[in-house]
Design a protein around this ligand. Structure first.
Ligand code: 4NP
Length: 151
């Protein structure tokens, strides 16, 4: 069965759509990559225009994505759930039905800064440069995730 990876942030319009697009670009179609938000305010929306522009600058098209809210059945479907910040981590862990589900949840930047529990900063209220910075962090983290998945 295909390995399934879920990227999670708050709104599923800024950070996790970038993480989804970046990781998918590094893996074959044998892997399933999706994203979701802990909140549902933006459900059905396209990624934020600043995320779409940042991705496009780096050669990625993420306009096929639509925001959705994380749901408890995601714990059964996905093998790994990468959250963008400590607030997302707390929210998702609260929903985890058992120990097996909790073990699937990881802070994405711990892939490149092990055990440091660093947040991917929320770029929503900032400018375009915040999105470029987020892209660079996620690109490095996804490179490491892809490397491990291909081993
Ligand atoms: P994201 O960014 O969690 O990276 O998608 C945000 C998007 C929307 C809001 C907050 C953060 N909001 O408050 O609507």
């Amino acid at each position: 069965m295909a390995t399934k990876i879920l990227m999670v942030c708050l709104g599923n319009i800024c950070r996790s759509p970038l993480a989804e697009g970046i990781l998918r670009s590094k893996l074959s179609e044998d892997f399933i990559v999706d994203s979701a938000g802990t909140g549902g305010w933006h459900a059905g929306e396209l990624p934020d225009k600043r995320s779409t522009a940042t991705a496009k600058n780096r050669g990625l098209d993420i306009t096929n994505q639509r925001a959705r809210q994380f749901k408890q059945s995601d714990f059964e479907i996905f093998d790994s759930i990468f959250v963008m910040d400590n607030s997302n981590y707390k929210d998702i862990m609260t929903l985890a039905p058992n120990e097996e589900a909790k073990l699937k949840v990881k802070l994405i930047l711990n892939e490149i800064f092990p055990n440091e529990n660093v947040d991917v900063p929320d770029p929503y209220y900032g400018g375009q440069d915040g999105f470029e910075n987020v892209f660079d962090m996620l690109d490095q983290a996804c490179e490491e995730i892809a490397r491990k998945l291909k081993q």
